[in-house]
Design a binder for this molecule. Structure first.
Ligand SMILES: Cc1cc2nc3c(=O)[nH]c(=O)nc-3n(C[C@H](O)[C@H](O)[C@H](O)COP(=O)(O)O)c2cc1C
Length: 353
């Protein structure tokens, strides 16, 4: 191909390296789907041609030499693993800021949980509607196959069967399940709080360590507020009276939120109040900032989004709405994400730490 110069209106220049421009739709398609490399397009003879390697120069006049082409477009690489809040990924041991949401009756199956965990995401097993025996069988299988990869289980509020909820929590604690997705809650319950605070302690640096973590799912701000608050005093006292929590553990529990992360569940295929994501998400993010400032938690709180995120465009929209943390469901990737907090909150964190 001949170098084309003198087109000063171009956005820049591509200087060929070892690989010549690759005309044709196949090369163009291959360039677009390879998200680990930049997409470089040049225009020549009214054709758009994909190029690999070489050097891209944005702006300026054409450099001297052979193999210089006017640049039509340059898109930097964007691997899905780069999306989302790095802190969230770190906190939950993920490569991707995506969560596969629980779907009842094992629809989010052990196989899905394993596949997600192996791939660097996290899935919550769909425990709702299953008997403790069926859940335990899934625990055995997932723990055997996933080893140290991330996974979680659903803890669904069952107001009509409080013993079932308590039984599932006891099962999770007995079998070493340390991460649950808590859903369908309207208020904090004794089993939920017990799961959260069981094993709470201080590390050698004096920081509160909470071995059990909760990713809450809520579509109402008043419910989210309870999850981002310390456990209700009444429930802590009940646990102390029952001898399941020491007074020291109760004292530590007053300094932590019930949940580490929250999925703002907009209108979705699951439990939903038909909330529009565009207003729900900013509301939840503002709440998160407010609660950090009010309670001086020395741990980050994450907010993600779920519901109706089903196409590449809606996924991109969710990721570009200033979020940074993550969730989904299995069939369609409903994305959860959170974001780094506002400057005020960052200042507060630095002061506290
Ligand atoms: C068939 C089905 C069953 C679900 N069951 C549960 C459940 O048991 N617990 C839960 O927390 N969420 C459940 N969900 C909600 C999903 O985890 C997820 O939050 C939601 O589906 C995301 O929104 P989307 O359906 O618009 O993708 C369910 C969703 C579907 C479609």
């Amino acid at each position: 191909m001949k170098q084309t110069k003198g087109q000063e209106s171009t956005t820049g220049w591509w200087v060929q390296g070892d690989t010549a421009p690759e005309p044709g739709p196949d090369a163009l398609r291959a360039a677009i789907v390879d998200v680990t490399r930049p997409v470089v397009l040049i225009r020549q003879d009214d054709r758009t041609i994909a190029c690999r390697g070489g050097k891209v120069i944005i702006g300026g006049s054409a450099p001297e030499g052979e193999g210089v082409y006017p640049l039509a477009a340059y898109v930097p690489p964007l691997h899905p693993g780069r999306l989302g809040d790095p802190l969230f990924k770190q906190a939950f041991g993920l490569d991707y800021a995506y969560v596969v949401g629980a779907m009842a009756n094992g629809i989010t199956s052990a196989e899905m949980v394993e596949a997600a965990g192996q791939a660097g995401l996290i899935a919550f097993f769909g425990s709702a509607g299953l008997s403790p025996g069926e859940i335990e069988a899934a625990i055995e299988r997932i723990q055997r196959r996933l080893n140290s990869r991330p996974y979680g289980f659903n803890l669904i509020h069952t107001p009509n069967e409080p013993d079932l909820e308590a039984g599932v929590v006891d099962l999770y604690l007995r079998r070493g399940i340390t991460l649950v997705s808590a859903s369908a809650y309207m208020d904090m319950t004794l089993p939920l709080v017990y799961f959260r605070v069981k094993g709470i302690r201080r590390d050698p640096d004096g920081r509160i360590v909470c071995p059990n973590r909760i990713v809450a799912k809520a579509s109402r701000v008043e419910v989210a507020r309870k999850f981002f608050s310390p456990p209700p005093e009444k429930l802590l006292m009940q646990l102390v009276e029952q001898g399941r929590l020491s007074t020291e553990e109760a004292e530590l529990s007053r300094g932590i939120p019930v949940a580490d992360a929250l999925t703002a569940e907009a209108d979705s295929g699951g439990h939903t109040d038909n909330r529009p994501a565009i207003s729900l998400l900013p509301t939840m993010l503002a709440l998160r900032d407010e609660m950090i400032l009010r309670h001086h938690f020395d741990m980050p709180l994450f907010v993600g989004l779920g519901g109706g995120i089903a196409t590449p465009d809606s996924t991109a929209a969710a990721f570009s709405s200033a979020l940074r943390v993550t969730i989904w469901r299995g069939r369609m990737p409903a994305l959860i994400r959170s974001r780094i907090c506002s400057p005020a909150v960052m200042q507060n964190w630095s002061r506290n730490s």
